[in-house]
Design a binder for this molecule. Sequence first.
Ligand code: 5GP
Length: 207
Amino acid sequence: MDNEKGLLIVLSGPSGVGKGTVRKKIFDDPSTSYKYSISMTTREMRVGEVDGVDYFFKSKAEFEELIKQDQFIEYAEYVGNYYGTPVQYVKDTMDQGYDVFLEIEVEGAKQVRKKFPDALFIFLAPPSLDHLRERLIGRGTESDEKIQSRVKEARNEVEMMNLYDYVVVNDEVDLAKQRIQSIVEAEHLKRERIEARYRKMILEAKK
Ligand code: 5GP
């Protein structure tokens, strides 16, 4: 029987929310079976980073050549550098039946949504969003200006959430990790997936 295709899991969210930290926590857990898709980037390697482990580090010219060859599922420019997800690894790994995990910024996530509507989209939200209400109206001590800027920030974040299936508040890294693992587990138990598996079994049995 052919392998059942793996899930594509996309973790994204506003800059500075801690996506990288949560992702590392997930992959430090030996029980994690998903495969991390290593991105390509044109940014400088940081101390302690390893080419081919943290990223595939490329020159701008190399990256632009790969864009031309349509080698990315998505790519985005972020703070003056390119970041992108190589298409081949993701497709091959999903075909082998593994879940593939992307940790990318929001513009890239939008592109993935268009190409892989069945992927699982998880938005990592800052804890501040959770506490916003009390901060906004609770104390009555904040200046109007401060309240307005918080409202604006919150509105941006809520609008970004639009495209996602789940929202995980990153109030504590371990909790965020557990919530993400639970979401993925539940996604595998979706009736559609299980039904498809049984239908396939029945078809094979008839042969
Ligand atoms: P950093 O330079 O701190 O490693 O990453 C900067 C941002 O780029 C983070 O928000 C990270 O999630 C995002 N990022 C990493 N890889 C990719 C990718 O392949 N595509 C996109 N669109 N964003 C990425």
